[in-house]
Structure formats: structure tokens, C-alpha cells
Design a protein around this ligand. Sequence first.
Ligand code: AMP
Ligand code: ZN
Length: 122
Amino acid sequence: MSENCIFCKIAQGSIPARKVYEDDEFVCFHDISPAAPVHLLLIPRKHVVSLQNVTPEDSHWLGRMVALACRLAAENGCRPGPQGGFRLVANAGADGGQEVHHLHFHILGGERPWQGRMAAIA
Ligand code: AMP
Ligand code: ZN
């Protein structure tokens, strides 16, 4: 738990979010400003600032987080198969466009077109 971290507070339950999943390691909730028909955020409960701060020792929980993201995409409206799919985005640092400094994956999916900064394919 890091003081003044909005995602730590969501994980803890002290500020509200539309949660779709939680376990002892991870929490997943709807992005407050969706950029696609499906726009979820998946976070570790542990306060890690960004992918810039992970080391090889983090590979086990990061692997579980990626696998969970794919499962949650399928369970929350991302369409199956090659005509469907989803986008997994992790912004890291200022150059990466990160605004909330608690590691998170954006899970984006649903029918296109999408709006805004997550919309580009190229
Ligand atoms: P990033 O630029 O990758 O750090 O993205 C942060 C994301 O968090 C943005 O898409 C915001 O819309 C989203 N966000 C910020 N505050 C909240 C909140 N209280 N509940 C849900 N999503 C949030
Ligand atoms: Zn945090």
C-alpha cells in the first residue's frame, strides 16, 4: 500500500470501482473513462510503480497476471477467435504515457472503431 495511490485505494476498497475480479494477488475493474467497448484495468495488489521497476524475480506473478488478463478479456466481452481479440497495454513512465503510477494492464476490446489514444492499430 502506497499512500495517495488511487489504485492501492481501489485494491483496498477505500475508494469505489466497478470491480469484475479480485483475488489475493490481483484486482480488475472498469476504466473510469473507457476508450473501447471493453476497457478494464488489471493491477497487482502489491504497489509496483511500473514495468520499469520489475526484475526477473517478478516473472512468476507477471506471468500469472498476463494469463489472467487473457482470461478476463474473454470473460468480459472481448470476442473470441481471430476476428475478435483484445489489446493489452502497459504504459510505463512519462514517455510511455503513464498517468497512474501503480503498474496496470489496460485490457481493451469490442467492436471497432475505438476512440482516443488506445485506438491506433499501427
Ligand atoms: P495510464 O495512462 O496508463 O496511467 O492510465 C490510467 C488509466 O486509469 C486511465 O485510462 C484512466 O481513465 C484510469 N483511471 C483513473 N482513475 C480511475 C478510477 N478512479 N477508476 C477507474 N479508472 C481510473
Ligand atoms: Zn499503488
